[in-house]
Ligand binder design. Structure first.
Ligand code: HEM
Length: 537
């Protein structure tokens, strides 16, 4: 009875009608019916940008218009837009110059935009995404972020490292004094700033300033010059718009020569770092070392729940290289620009000096404990970060799902490039955006100023999940570097230069010519001589 009913139904035309209808519905749901992403895309357009070619997108224009960051700046200026879309291969690259869109990315939609792009250079430098900066959002990033935030850069740990920082701030003054104590001399400020940063970070990580024999006058030896240049060179090649990052078929090739140059710089760094790290691990294993003295000791001593080392050798090596790189570039670039701008407006320099004399006096050197009272000094540094960040593009963020940003469709996998300089010089946000005016950062109530800008109108450290974990140490270093230079010495333009040339490099946002200024000691001679005595203790 049952089977005759089934066969009757199967032979009935209505069955075929419903069968076809069901098939069509399925087809519609699976293929034809727009999914969420297509719906979003239909309602919202991509941000404005140049029309892409099939497959390669805008790569041909990118290759014809080096440096890429200036090409992107020009596209945004021509389109008069604060958000754009440039297709490189099949990747949507989204540059942004508006603080409100940056807040949407890093605050409102932080969970969506908290990843990083996968590419050859970051994979290579992080030994396969073992470190924080270039790692995509995930367990490894969380593990290493906790290590830096809780173990290395916590307030207690930074307090523990105070004397090492003080020692390098003293060394800076002594090195400058040695150069100009005979009635004044021309001093290379960029060199001094770079090596203060290099000395400081080597001191914090390895408890040493010099890899080699060093120099009596406190300046960098050949090894330290090579070390700092290699750090800067690796930074230069990270996220440097290599074609192979956008066209997967090209991954194995080195068309722009970037891979070779980066490998060379990484090998230089490993030549200096690895023997120290390996020897130190041996010392801890053999019980020769039992007392923590620096960040390397802290990293080696971390233990998991079973009392095994928490970090592998590769994790320690890669993370140390990343910390070195993260520390080196921002402080020296900032103070070089700030001093250059202020040499062209000597009244500002005078105001900064007066603040230091009021707060510190002239009988001793400025110390970290003075920082809360140095609001004008901090305003100058903030103004430097606004106008002259070391690179225009922040480290790229990657969208982990399709989303809408400022009413535009942003597909999953897009690379978001928040333009630090674009934000800092945005005329909708800042009056006279190209003028160096520290006063704009001062608060009327005179309360303690910091270098952080929670509104992201100056994009210095970012915010949200991928924000900088080195804010305190980075701020302290930059402030101390600038304050020691201004408090300890008078600075004027070189005799044959009435005005400092403020042109930027074509290839990046650094000052085209290194700043050289005429320096003279301005404190009592005993203040500098005391440093000599300390050294001899
Ligand atoms: C004045 C000095 C510094 C400035 C201006 C600065 C700025 C920044 C910025 C803008 C970012 C990217 C934020 C984002 O992607 O949205 C960043 C990330 C980072 N910074 Fe700094 N930084 C400084 C010093 C340091 C120092 C001293 C350290 C290490 C102790 C450090 C470690 C890092 C790390 C590990 C990241 C990656 C964070 C992540 O991807 O989760 N930075 N920094």
């Amino acid at each position: 009875m049952k089977s005759s009913f089934t066969s009757m139904m199967l032979s009935h035309p209505i069955f075929y009608f419903f069968f076809m209808l069901f098939g069509i519905i399925l087809l519609y749901i699976k293929i034809l019916k727009p999914n969420d992403s297509t719906k979003k895309q239909e309602k919202h357009r991509f941000p404005p940008g140049p029309k892409p070619w099939p497959i390669v997108g805008n790569i041909p224009e990118m290759l014809a218009n080096k440096p890429t960051f200036r090409w992107i700046q020009n596209i945004m200026n021509d389109l008069n837009t604060e958000i754009a879309c440039i297709r490189l291969g099949n990747i949507h690259v989204i540059p942004v110059t508006s603080p409100s869109i940056a807040r949407e990315i890093l605050m409102k939609q932080d969970a969506i935009f908290a990843s990083r792009p996968l590419n050859w250079s970051s994979e290579h430098v992080s030994l396969g995404y073992l470190t924080i900066g270039p790692s995509p959002f995930g367990q490894q990033w969380k593990k290493m972020k906790r290590v830096i935030t809780n173990e290395l850069a916590s307030p207690l740990r930074l307090q523990w490292l105070h004397d090492k920082r003080a020692e390098e701030a003293d060394n800076l003054v002594q090195y400058m004094y040695n150069q100009c104590n005979n009635g004044g001399a021309l001093v290379d400020i960029r060199l001094a700033g770079k090596h203060y940063g290099g000395n400081l970070i080597r001191r914090l990580l390895f408890n040493k300033r010099y890899f080699g024999n060093g120099r009596e006058d406190g300046g960098p030896g050949a090894e330290e010059v090579e070390h700092v240049e290699a750090l800067l060179s690796v930074l230069n090649y990270l996220f440097a718009f290599s074609i192979s990052d956008y066209v997967p078929l090209m991954r194995e090739f080195d068309l722009d020569g970037q891979k070779e140059a980066m490998k060379k710089a990484i090998n230089t760094l490993r030549k200096y770092h690895d023997p120290i790290i390996e020897e130190r691990i041996r010392q801890w294993k053999n019980g020769i070392r039992t007392h923590q003295e620096d960040w390397l000791d802290v990293l080696i001593s971390l233990k998991d729940a079973n009392n095994n080392p928490f970090l592998t050798l590769d994790e320690i090596k890669a993370q140390i290289m990343e910390i070195m790189m993260a520390t080196i570039d921002n402080p020296y670039n900032n103070i070089e620009w700030v001093l250059a701008e202020m040499l062209n407006q000597p009244k500002l320099l005078q105001k900064a000096t007066e603040e230091l004399d009021d707060v510190v006096g002239k009988e001793r050197l400025v110390q970290e404990s003075n920082i809360p009272k140095l609001n004008y000094i901090k305003a100058c540094i903030r103004e430097g970060f606004r106008l002259h960040p070391i690179v225009d593009f922040n480290i790229p963020h990657v969208s982990m799902e399709d989303t809408i940003l400022s009413n535009y469709f942003i597909p999953k996998g897009s690379h978001i490039l928040i333009r630090r300089q674009g934000i800092g010089q945005n005329p909708k946000v800042w009056k006279d955006p190209l003028k160096f005016k520290p006063e704009r950062h001062l608060k009327n109530d005179g309360s303690n100023l910091t270098l952080i800008d929670p509104n992201l109108e100056t994009f210095t450290f970012g915010t949200g999940k991928r924000s900088c974990p080195g804010i305190t140490i980075g701020s302290t270093m930059t402030i101390m570097l600038f304050a020691r230079l201004v408090h300890g010495f008078t600075w004027t333009t070189p005799p044959n230069e009435h005005i400092i040339d403020l042109c930027e490099c074509v290839g990046d946002t650094s000052k085209a010519k290194p700043l050289v200024a005429l320096g003279k000691p301005r404190l009592a001679a005993e203040v500098y001589h005391k440093l000599d005595q300390k050294k001899n203790i």
